[in-house]
Write a protein that binds this ligand. Structure first.
Ligand code: 13P
Length: 251
């Protein structure tokens, strides 16, 4: 058994006004204050300042859902790492499947963002995961390996300690269809091996790999029980305390 600690994160995606975000953040701060794991909430950009004031100094970290690949400049509609730092953001989620597939971000762009975020001292959650047709074609490992290797190109071993991987099979996101704990664990073990090849056994043992895709209170404990699953990146169920708190406090 390794001594990796569990990391449970909520990705609020494009949900909630500032008032709604504040209400949820306040409830989570109070209900998770005795929680034993590492926690994070990632609201929309528009709610970051509001939520930042609520989670500051608590055991709930503040995450952003994306960032621009450039530090600043003529990039209409983008949000820079400098602006995120100014709001107290500690972690940036990058390469989410919705960014990859809906907004056509490729591995090279994601890699640029990963390096920029790490350079500015952020923790990065790098999301990887295969489409249903890729899984059915027996290509799940290949896709996850490519996304991991290309996403981490040029990332030093020292910077890797600030990086978390989230395995989110695209077919499990928002579909209610969860990967079985066995299938998820198999990919996590494989990705850990990929990290081992790139950075050595010690780095592979230490890296936190979250699972994401229809995590619910009913399946969290079985997923977390697996050797290679170190936490969760939760979408839909992170939008309410009733569903997020039991996941965050799974036993
Ligand atoms: P769901 O939990 O809604 O399936 O979303 C997972 C996800 O995409 C988290 O980033």
């Amino acid at each position: 058994m390794s001594n990796r600690s569990y990391y449970i994160a909520g990705n609020w995606k494009m949900h909630k006004t500032r008032a709604e975000s504040a209400e949820l953040a306040q409830a989570l701060v109070s209900q998770l204050k005795d929680g034993k794991h590492k926690y994070l909430v990632a609201p929309s950009f528009t709610s970051l300042e509001t939520v930042s004031a609520i989670v500051e100094g608590t055991n709930v970290r503040l995450g952003a859902q994306d960032c621009a690949a450039e530090e600043q400049g003529a990039h209409t509609g983008e949000v820079s790492v400098l602006q995120l730092k100014d709001l107290g953001v500690q972690t940036i989620i990058l390469g989410h499947s919705e960014r990859r597939h809906t907004y056509k971000e490729d591995d090279a762009l994601i890699n640029k963002k990963v390096k920029l975020a790490l350079k500015h001292g952020f923790e990065v959650i790098l999301c990887i995961g295969e489409l249903l047709e890729e899984r059915e074609a027996g290509k799940a490992e290949e896709v996850c390996e490519t996304q991991t290797v290309k996403g981490l190109e040029g990332v030093s071993a020292a910077d890797l300690s600030n990086l978390v991987i989230a395995y989110e099979p695209v077919w499990a996101i928002g579909t209610g269809k969860t990967a079985t704990p066995e299938d998820a664990d198999a990919i996590h073990a494989f990705v850990r091996k990929v990290i081992g090849k790139l950075y050595g056994a010690d780095a592979a043992d230490k890296i936190i790999i979250q699972y994401g895709g229809s995590v619910k209170p009913e399946n969290a404990a079985q997923l977390m029980a697996k050797e290679n699953i170190d936490g969760a990146l939760v979408g839909g169920a992170s939008l309410k305390t009733d569903t997020f708190v039991p996941i965050a406090k799974f036993s």
